[in-house]
Design a protein around this ligand. Structure first.
Ligand code: SF4
Length: 192
């Protein structure tokens, strides 16, 4: 599977406006004519300059692929682990749930479609965080588990890895709630 995606979209076309070069994507290849091929998931999008992939949050800016949603979260909420449909792991534990925008899937039944289908995301849904601020919020609330959830965290790959690595220093674990529609290289990096 490999496609070049257009950037046409309805009203809330934030993915066209964002040109955030803070975080270069961890998994991609440079092709000819400033095209790139994303290596994060099996869609393997070939993306032209100034365009985004299927998930709409990975953008080619002048021949480099950037993670546009790095540090941008929809929800940061303290709740019980059972809200994540987990039963036999850490019963009753408090978790910090985090979600962001875009998705490499497009399920008809998605209950978080206003975040996962990025063309419907409104600017007021978006809040900025850093890896350190997430760890601080987690420690302040005496929480020991981060839950990457709401949309598929696959497309928040770089921020998840950077934050999970920082959080691990404080004994904080990460729950990656995903369909795991990921490339082999992505899974290997995540397991680390
Ligand atoms: S993560 Fe996004 S840009 Fe990358 S291959 Fe998958 S859908 Fe395409």
């Amino acid at each position: 599977m490999s496609n070049v995606y257009s950037t046409n979209s309805p009203k809330y076309n934030l993915h066209l406006k964002w040109n955030d070069t803070r975080k270069e994507a961890y998994l991609y290849e440079k092709l000819q004519n400033q095209k790139v091929q994303c290596g994060l998931c099996p869609r393997k999008c070939v993306i032209q300059s100034n365009s985004v992939g299927f998930c709409k949050v990975r953008k080619n800016i002048n021949g480099k692929l950037y993670a546009q949603s790095y540090g941008k979260a929809a929800h940061v909420t303290v709740e019980k682990i059972e809200t994540e449909a987990l039963f036999n792991y850490a019963p009753g534990a408090q978790i910090l749930s985090l979600g962001n925008f875009g998705c490499n899937l497009d399920c008809d039944y998605c209950q978080n479609w206003m975040y996962s289908q990025f063309q419907y995301t409104k600017p007021e849904y978006i809040h900025e965080y850093t890896t350190q601020s997430i760890v601080e919020i987690t420690l302040k609330n005496n929480v020991k588990i981060l839950s990457w959830t709401y949309n598929d965290p696959a497309v928040w790959f770089e921020f998840v890895i950077d934050t999970a690595r920082e959080a691990k220093k404080y004994g904080i674990k990460s729950l990656f709630k995903s369909a795991f529609f990921l490339s082999r290289d992505a899974v290997i990096q995540l397991c680390d």
